[in-house]
Design a protein around this ligand. Structure first.
Ligand code: HAM
Length: 429
């Protein structure tokens, strides 16, 4: 057979990368714990209908969709949000609100592979369901800021907008939801002229077009100033004005947390997913032009899935991209290296004793590898050195008669004979 490679868009994580990925996952897990988000594990395969319902064209067309052997249309999950919403609409429907739910795992999208864009990627996902209050939105921003900081990232910026502004304008201009969705998709891809053409075709007023043109130009880090301008631009549209007020409240609350994250308010900002109804945001660092995370408020999804009306807000953090950003910024991992030892029997007949000694050490929390290649002592020591071992524990007949082994400190290149019941303390010291 020809030599196999990974399927296009798929990746192997070798030891170093796997360690880094699990490290970031650990940070996300810790944030979940600190904020009271309970982990749930949902299936990778879900019904196509569930995943496609509000995914938006961008994600929907890129789903790995297939018929299973029972003839069901299913897909590999491209995100966690529909699965969590499904649970809250069904199994969890009688549980007290709010829900704080956390997921971490792999997702699948047939995206065009490039740096930071893979067909299998990882997210940590946080959903806060049951509250329509701005403090819930602020919490999602806050925990995202905490995660970025705990990953050691610097100069993080949140790009923030509100779907209610653009949709509010289109709604009061009588644009159908389908047209609104298409406009939002185009805005998300920054194809503004095409979006304006659609608005024109839908016979919206000149005032609407003028407002949209102003909005795509309006962005800035001065939150109050930008929001004041935004408020002025949309003052003839009631729903849009309420949306601006809501965004202001959220950002005021977030500022009060003193998280010290750069905020860039972007009035023309849209996201590809269709379920958003309120504040939306994405996370950036200067070294990468792709988002490290994204989220927002979606108040209608759970009822769309047959549940009680349940307002919700959430975020997903792209772990692969956080890892890339950490590498770019040389953010170092605080990985505490533990002491490691290699146990080497000096002859065939002592293999069993070597295994027994390895277990004594492991029970004391020391990482132990046993020489399994049948190497001669000099080669075995060389190999232990190459593997970054701190100690070699040499199991020899002469010492065993005294209930002892030789412990060689591979860093200091010194060795002593140690009684077996003292090896743990010899190595730990
Ligand atoms: P999303 O913006 O589609 O949102 O994805 C969130 C993050 O996942 C992105 O910012 C990015 O870091 C990462 N990501 C997405 N696609 C890829 C890819 N092909 N390769 C590598 N990383 C990728 C959602 O998924 C929503 N469910 C977020 C949410 C939760 N909204 C509310 N609750």
């Amino acid at each position: 057979m020809s030599s196999f490679q990974t399927v296009r868009g798929m990746r192997d994580f070798l030891a170093e990368e796997a360690k880094m990925m699990r490290y970031i996952e650990g940070k996300a897990r810790r944030i979940a714990e600190l904020y009271g988000y309970k982990e749930i594990i949902t299936p990778v395969v879900e019904s196509y209908e569930l995943l496609a319902a509000k995914a938006g064209e961008e994600v929907r067309l890129r789903m790995y969709t297939f018929k299973d052997l029972g003839g069901r249309m299913v897909a590999l999950r491209p995100e966690f949000t529909p699965s969590v919403a499904r649970l809250v609409a069904t199994t969890l429907k009688n549980e007290p609100k709010p829900f704080r739910l956390f997921c971490v795992g792999s997702l699948y999208r047939y995206d065009e592979p490039q740096r930071g864009r893979y067909r299998e990627f990882w997210q940590s996902n946080f959903e806060l369901m049951g509250s329509n209050k701005p403090e819930a939105d602020a919490e999602i921003l806050m925990l995202t800021s905490d995660l970025m900081k705990s990953a050691g990232l610097k100069n993080v910026t949140f790009k923030v907008g509100h779907v209610g502004v653009l949709r509010g304008i289109m709604k009061s201009e009588g644009l159908k939801e389908k047209t609104q969705n298409s406009v939002m998709q185009l805005m998300d891809k920054k194809q503004y002229e095409e979006a304006f053409k659609l608005i024109e075709k839908a016979e919206a007023s000149q005032k609407c077009l003028d407002t949209f043109r102003k909005l795509v130009e309006l962005k800035g880090g001065e939150i109050l100033e930008t929001l004041t301008k935004l408020k002025e631009h949309v003052k003839h549209y009631d729903e849009a004005s309420i949306a601006v007020e809501n965004l202001k409240e959220i950002l005021e609350l977030f500022s009060a947390t003193e998280c010290k994250i750069n905020i860039n308010v972007d009035a023309g900002f849209a996201r590809g997913l269709e379920y958003y109804t309120g504040m939306i945001f994405e996370v950036y660092v200067p070294e990468l032009d792709i988002a490290l995370g994204g989220g927002g408020r979606y108040d209608k999804l759970i009822e769309l899935f047959g549940g009680e009306p349940t307002p919700a807000v959430g975020v997903a953090h792209g772990l692969d991209r956080i890892m890339l950003a950490m590498q770019k910024q040389k953010a170092c991992l605080e990985l505490k290296e533990k002491k490691k030892a290699m146990v080497i029997p000096t002859k065939e007949g002592l293999k069993g004793t070597a295994l027994k000694i390895s277990n004594i050490l492991r029970k004391a929390g020391i990482t132990v590898e046993v020489e399994v290649m049948g190497r001669k002592m000099a080669k075995a020591l060389e190999d232990a050195d190459r593997r970054g071992m701190d100690y070699a524990v040499i199991v020899g007949e002469r010492e065993l008669k005294e209930n002892a082994v030789v412990v060689r400190d591979l860093r200091k290149r010194e060795q002593t004979t140690v009684k077996i019941d003292k090896i743990v303390s010899a190595i730990k010291a």
